[in-house]
Design a protein around this ligand. Structure first.
Ligand SMILES: NC(=O)c1ccc[n+]([C@@H]2O[C@H](COP(=O)([O-])OP(=O)(O)OC[C@H]3O[C@@H](n4cnc5c(N)ncnc54)[C@H](OP(=O)(O)O)[C@@H]3O)[C@@H](O)[C@H]2O)c1
Length: 255
Protein backbone atom coordinates (compact mmCIF):
# COMPACT_ATOMS: atom_id res chain seq x y z
CA UNK A 1 0.00 0.00 0.00
CA UNK A 2 1.40 3.43 -0.91
CA UNK A 3 0.13 6.68 0.49
CA UNK A 4 -3.21 6.02 2.13
CA UNK A 5 -4.55 9.08 0.37
CA UNK A 6 -3.68 8.06 -3.19
CA UNK A 7 -2.22 11.34 -4.29
CA UNK A 8 -5.07 13.58 -3.20
CA UNK A 9 -4.00 17.03 -2.12
CA UNK A 10 -6.94 18.04 -0.05
CA UNK A 11 -7.66 21.12 1.96
CA UNK A 12 -8.56 19.57 5.27
CA UNK A 13 -7.97 22.81 7.13
CA UNK A 14 -10.78 24.65 5.37
CA UNK A 15 -13.33 21.83 5.26
CA UNK A 16 -16.18 22.12 7.73
CA UNK A 17 -17.13 18.46 7.71
CA UNK A 18 -15.01 15.35 8.02
CA UNK A 19 -16.72 12.10 6.95
CA UNK A 20 -15.23 8.61 7.27
CA UNK A 21 -17.13 5.87 5.41
CA UNK A 22 -16.19 2.20 5.62
CA UNK A 23 -17.48 0.36 2.57
CA UNK A 24 -17.54 3.62 0.64
CA UNK A 25 -16.50 1.82 -2.56
CA UNK A 26 -19.92 0.38 -3.36
CA UNK A 27 -23.65 0.38 -2.74
CA UNK A 28 -25.00 2.27 0.25
CA UNK A 29 -21.55 3.49 1.37
CA UNK A 30 -20.80 4.94 -2.08
CA UNK A 31 -24.25 6.55 -2.15
CA UNK A 32 -23.63 8.06 1.31
CA UNK A 33 -20.43 9.62 -0.11
CA UNK A 34 -22.16 10.95 -3.22
CA UNK A 35 -25.08 12.61 -1.42
CA UNK A 36 -23.26 14.09 1.59
CA UNK A 37 -25.62 16.94 2.49
CA UNK A 38 -22.89 19.43 3.41
CA UNK A 39 -21.43 21.81 0.85
CA UNK A 40 -17.87 21.33 2.05
CA UNK A 41 -16.96 17.90 3.26
CA UNK A 42 -13.82 15.83 3.18
CA UNK A 43 -14.89 12.21 2.64
CA UNK A 44 -12.49 9.33 3.27
CA UNK A 45 -13.53 5.92 1.96
CA UNK A 46 -12.15 3.04 4.02
CA UNK A 47 -12.36 -0.24 2.10
CA UNK A 48 -10.37 -2.54 -0.16
CA UNK A 49 -11.44 -0.86 -3.41
CA UNK A 50 -11.44 2.82 -4.28
CA UNK A 51 -14.43 5.01 -4.99
CA UNK A 52 -13.30 7.15 -7.91
CA UNK A 53 -13.02 10.80 -7.05
CA UNK A 54 -12.74 10.27 -3.29
CA UNK A 55 -9.90 9.82 -0.86
CA UNK A 56 -9.17 6.18 -0.15
CA UNK A 57 -7.73 4.54 2.94
CA UNK A 58 -7.14 0.94 1.88
CA UNK A 59 -8.15 -1.62 4.50
CA UNK A 60 -9.45 -5.18 4.62
CA UNK A 61 -11.68 -4.85 7.67
CA UNK A 62 -12.02 -8.62 8.08
CA UNK A 63 -8.34 -8.54 9.11
CA UNK A 64 -7.77 -7.40 12.73
CA UNK A 65 -4.35 -6.02 11.69
CA UNK A 66 -6.14 -3.38 9.62
CA UNK A 67 -8.20 -2.08 12.55
CA UNK A 68 -5.13 -0.47 14.18
CA UNK A 69 -4.45 1.44 10.96
CA UNK A 70 -8.01 2.77 10.92
CA UNK A 71 -7.73 3.73 14.60
CA UNK A 72 -4.55 5.66 13.77
CA UNK A 73 -6.31 7.35 10.86
CA UNK A 74 -9.14 8.49 13.16
CA UNK A 75 -6.69 9.76 15.79
CA UNK A 76 -4.54 11.61 13.26
CA UNK A 77 -7.36 13.28 11.35
CA UNK A 78 -9.59 14.16 14.30
CA UNK A 79 -6.84 15.59 16.51
CA UNK A 80 -6.48 18.93 14.72
CA UNK A 81 -9.84 19.07 12.96
CA UNK A 82 -11.58 22.31 13.84
CA UNK A 83 -14.64 22.26 11.59
CA UNK A 84 -18.32 21.83 12.42
CA UNK A 85 -18.96 18.12 12.29
CA UNK A 86 -17.25 14.70 12.17
CA UNK A 87 -19.23 11.67 10.98
CA UNK A 88 -18.19 8.02 10.99
CA UNK A 89 -20.41 5.80 8.82
CA UNK A 90 -19.76 2.06 9.09
CA UNK A 91 -21.26 0.51 5.97
CA UNK A 92 -18.75 -2.28 5.26
CA UNK A 93 -20.38 -5.66 5.64
CA UNK A 94 -20.70 -9.01 3.92
CA UNK A 95 -23.16 -11.85 3.54
CA UNK A 96 -20.41 -14.20 2.39
CA UNK A 97 -20.26 -17.11 2.83
CA UNK A 98 -24.01 -17.63 2.34
CA UNK A 99 -24.86 -21.07 3.73
CA UNK A 100 -25.61 -22.89 6.93
CA UNK A 101 -23.27 -22.75 9.92
CA UNK A 102 -21.26 -25.96 9.96
CA UNK A 103 -21.50 -26.29 6.18
CA UNK A 104 -19.51 -23.30 4.87
CA UNK A 105 -15.68 -22.96 4.84
CA UNK A 106 -14.53 -22.12 8.39
CA UNK A 107 -11.93 -19.53 7.31
CA UNK A 108 -14.47 -17.55 5.31
CA UNK A 109 -16.94 -17.79 8.20
CA UNK A 110 -14.27 -16.44 10.57
CA UNK A 111 -13.59 -13.48 8.28
CA UNK A 112 -17.31 -12.75 8.13
CA UNK A 113 -17.59 -12.78 11.93
CA UNK A 114 -14.60 -10.44 12.19
CA UNK A 115 -16.08 -8.00 9.67
CA UNK A 116 -19.77 -8.14 10.62
CA UNK A 117 -19.60 -8.67 14.39
CA UNK A 118 -16.22 -7.43 15.60
CA UNK A 119 -15.30 -4.53 13.31
CA UNK A 120 -18.33 -2.35 14.20
CA UNK A 121 -17.45 -2.56 17.88
CA UNK A 122 -13.67 -2.21 17.49
CA UNK A 123 -13.88 0.66 14.99
CA UNK A 124 -16.72 2.31 16.92
CA UNK A 125 -14.59 2.20 20.04
CA UNK A 126 -11.56 3.53 18.12
CA UNK A 127 -13.63 6.44 16.79
CA UNK A 128 -14.94 7.32 20.26
CA UNK A 129 -11.38 7.26 21.61
CA UNK A 130 -10.16 9.55 18.84
CA UNK A 131 -13.14 11.89 19.32
CA UNK A 132 -12.88 12.03 23.08
CA UNK A 133 -11.15 15.38 23.33
CA UNK A 134 -12.60 17.16 20.34
CA UNK A 135 -15.15 19.92 20.81
CA UNK A 136 -16.53 19.25 17.32
CA UNK A 137 -20.00 17.67 16.94
CA UNK A 138 -19.54 13.92 16.34
CA UNK A 139 -21.80 11.23 14.92
CA UNK A 140 -21.51 7.46 14.43
CA UNK A 141 -23.89 5.81 11.96
CA UNK A 142 -23.86 2.03 11.71
CA UNK A 143 -25.60 0.48 8.69
CA UNK A 144 -27.57 -2.36 10.21
CA UNK A 145 -30.29 -4.64 8.87
CA UNK A 146 -33.63 -6.23 9.62
CA UNK A 147 -31.52 -9.40 9.84
CA UNK A 148 -30.63 -8.19 13.35
CA UNK A 149 -34.08 -9.30 14.51
CA UNK A 150 -35.23 -11.75 11.79
CA UNK A 151 -33.99 -15.31 11.38
CA UNK A 152 -32.69 -15.85 7.84
CA UNK A 153 -31.33 -19.37 7.48
CA UNK A 154 -28.03 -19.22 5.60
CA UNK A 155 -27.03 -15.89 7.16
CA UNK A 156 -26.16 -16.90 10.74
CA UNK A 157 -23.00 -14.79 11.07
CA UNK A 158 -24.65 -11.85 9.29
CA UNK A 159 -27.78 -11.91 11.50
CA UNK A 160 -25.66 -12.25 14.64
CA UNK A 161 -23.33 -9.45 13.49
CA UNK A 162 -26.18 -6.99 12.90
CA UNK A 163 -27.77 -7.89 16.26
CA UNK A 164 -24.41 -7.23 17.93
CA UNK A 165 -24.09 -3.94 16.05
CA UNK A 166 -27.53 -2.76 17.22
CA UNK A 167 -26.88 -3.66 20.83
CA UNK A 168 -23.46 -2.00 20.75
CA UNK A 169 -25.07 1.19 19.45
CA UNK A 170 -27.80 1.11 22.13
CA UNK A 171 -25.28 0.56 24.92
CA UNK A 172 -22.49 2.90 23.77
CA UNK A 173 -25.17 5.48 22.88
CA UNK A 174 -26.52 5.35 26.44
CA UNK A 175 -22.95 5.82 27.68
CA UNK A 176 -22.47 8.86 25.45
CA UNK A 177 -25.78 10.31 26.69
CA UNK A 178 -24.52 9.96 30.26
CA UNK A 179 -21.37 11.85 29.24
CA UNK A 180 -23.44 14.74 27.88
CA UNK A 181 -24.01 13.47 24.33
CA UNK A 182 -20.39 14.00 23.38
CA UNK A 183 -20.94 11.82 20.34
CA UNK A 184 -24.32 10.75 18.91
CA UNK A 185 -24.75 7.11 17.89
CA UNK A 186 -27.31 5.62 15.54
CA UNK A 187 -27.92 2.26 13.85
CA UNK A 188 -30.05 2.23 10.72
CA UNK A 189 -31.60 -0.73 8.91
CA UNK A 190 -32.01 0.73 5.41
CA UNK A 191 -34.62 -1.70 4.02
CA UNK A 192 -33.93 -3.58 0.80
CA UNK A 193 -31.58 -1.49 -1.32
CA UNK A 194 -30.55 -2.40 -4.87
CA UNK A 195 -26.81 -2.96 -4.48
CA UNK A 196 -24.24 -5.65 -5.25
CA UNK A 197 -25.25 -7.34 -1.99
CA UNK A 198 -28.81 -7.87 -3.30
CA UNK A 199 -27.38 -9.37 -6.49
CA UNK A 200 -25.33 -11.80 -4.37
CA UNK A 201 -28.51 -12.82 -2.51
CA UNK A 202 -30.35 -13.61 -5.75
CA UNK A 203 -27.38 -15.69 -6.95
CA UNK A 204 -27.47 -17.97 -3.86
CA UNK A 205 -29.00 -21.45 -4.01
CA UNK A 206 -32.28 -22.11 -2.20
CA UNK A 207 -30.50 -24.92 -0.35
CA UNK A 208 -28.00 -22.43 1.14
CA UNK A 209 -30.56 -19.62 1.50
CA UNK A 210 -34.18 -20.86 1.73
CA UNK A 211 -35.67 -17.30 1.75
CA UNK A 212 -34.27 -16.50 -1.69
CA UNK A 213 -37.69 -16.31 -3.41
CA UNK A 214 -38.73 -13.38 -1.23
CA UNK A 215 -35.73 -11.34 -2.40
CA UNK A 216 -36.15 -12.39 -6.04
CA UNK A 217 -39.81 -11.30 -5.81
CA UNK A 218 -38.91 -7.90 -4.36
CA UNK A 219 -36.46 -7.35 -7.21
CA UNK A 220 -38.89 -8.52 -9.91
CA UNK A 221 -41.57 -6.21 -8.54
CA UNK A 222 -39.09 -3.35 -8.51
CA UNK A 223 -39.56 -2.87 -4.77
CA UNK A 224 -35.88 -2.48 -3.87
CA UNK A 225 -34.81 1.03 -2.93
CA UNK A 226 -32.47 3.22 -4.90
CA UNK A 227 -29.16 3.54 -2.95
CA UNK A 228 -29.03 7.35 -3.17
CA UNK A 229 -32.64 7.69 -2.00
CA UNK A 230 -31.83 5.44 0.99
CA UNK A 231 -28.62 7.41 1.63
CA UNK A 232 -30.47 10.75 1.69
CA UNK A 233 -32.93 9.34 4.21
CA UNK A 234 -30.08 8.06 6.39
CA UNK A 235 -28.33 11.46 6.29
CA UNK A 236 -31.60 13.19 7.22
CA UNK A 237 -31.72 11.17 10.45
CA UNK A 238 -28.74 13.16 11.73
CA UNK A 239 -30.87 16.29 11.72
CA UNK A 240 -33.51 14.70 13.97
CA UNK A 241 -33.15 14.75 17.71
CA UNK A 242 -33.16 10.96 18.05
CA UNK A 243 -32.28 9.37 21.34
CA UNK A 244 -28.57 8.64 21.56
CA UNK A 245 -28.17 4.96 20.64
CA UNK A 246 -31.37 4.85 18.58
CA UNK A 247 -31.87 1.88 16.27
CA UNK A 248 -34.03 2.89 13.31
CA UNK A 249 -35.67 0.59 10.76
CA UNK A 250 -36.43 2.20 7.37
CA UNK A 251 -37.98 -0.97 5.92
CA UNK A 252 -41.40 -0.36 4.43
CA UNK A 253 -43.15 -3.69 3.74
CA UNK A 254 -44.71 -4.05 0.29
CA UNK A 255 -48.54 -3.96 0.11
N1 LIG B 1 -28.45 -3.69 0.25
C1 LIG B 1 -29.33 -3.98 1.17
O1 LIG B 1 -30.50 -4.31 0.87
C2 LIG B 1 -28.97 -3.89 2.62
C3 LIG B 1 -29.97 -4.09 3.56
C4 LIG B 1 -29.65 -4.02 4.90
C5 LIG B 1 -28.36 -3.71 5.29
N2 LIG B 1 -27.39 -3.52 4.35
C6 LIG B 1 -26.05 -3.21 4.83
O2 LIG B 1 -25.54 -2.12 4.10
C7 LIG B 1 -24.11 -2.18 4.13
C8 LIG B 1 -23.60 -1.94 2.72
O3 LIG B 1 -24.02 -3.01 1.87
P1 LIG B 1 -24.40 -2.78 0.35
O4 LIG B 1 -25.75 -3.28 0.16
O5 LIG B 1 -24.05 -1.40 -0.03
O6 LIG B 1 -23.43 -3.84 -0.35
P2 LIG B 1 -22.22 -3.70 -1.34
O7 LIG B 1 -22.57 -2.83 -2.50
O8 LIG B 1 -21.80 -5.09 -1.62
O9 LIG B 1 -21.10 -2.95 -0.48
C9 LIG B 1 -20.42 -3.61 0.54
C10 LIG B 1 -19.29 -2.70 0.98
O10 LIG B 1 -18.62 -3.34 2.07
C11 LIG B 1 -17.24 -3.29 1.84
N3 LIG B 1 -16.56 -4.46 2.35
C12 LIG B 1 -16.93 -5.76 2.22
N4 LIG B 1 -15.98 -6.55 2.74
C13 LIG B 1 -15.00 -5.73 3.22
C14 LIG B 1 -13.76 -5.94 3.85
N5 LIG B 1 -13.29 -7.19 4.10
N6 LIG B 1 -13.01 -4.87 4.20
C15 LIG B 1 -13.45 -3.61 3.94
N7 LIG B 1 -14.62 -3.34 3.35
C16 LIG B 1 -15.37 -4.40 2.98
C17 LIG B 1 -17.07 -3.28 0.32
O11 LIG B 1 -15.85 -2.63 -0.01
P3 LIG B 1 -14.59 -3.38 -0.70
O12 LIG B 1 -15.12 -4.56 -1.42
O13 LIG B 1 -14.02 -2.31 -1.57
O14 LIG B 1 -13.67 -3.72 0.43
C18 LIG B 1 -18.27 -2.45 -0.11
O15 LIG B 1 -17.94 -1.09 -0.19
C19 LIG B 1 -23.73 -3.54 4.67
O16 LIG B 1 -23.32 -3.41 6.02
C20 LIG B 1 -25.04 -4.32 4.61
O17 LIG B 1 -25.11 -5.30 5.61
C21 LIG B 1 -27.66 -3.63 3.03
Amino acid sequence: MGSPYNGFSYTAAVMSNLVFITGGSSGIGAAMARVVPYSDARVINISRRELEGYEHFEADLSDPEAWRGVADLFAREIKDFAGERIVFIHSAGTLQPIGFAGEVPPDAYTRQVLLDSASPQILGDAFLHAARKTQVECHVVMISSGAAFTVFEGWSAYCAGKAAMDQWVRTAGAEQARRGDRCRLLAVAPGIVETAMQREIREASSDDFPSIEMFVGIHENDQGRDPEEAAREIWSLLERQLENGAVVDLYVPAD
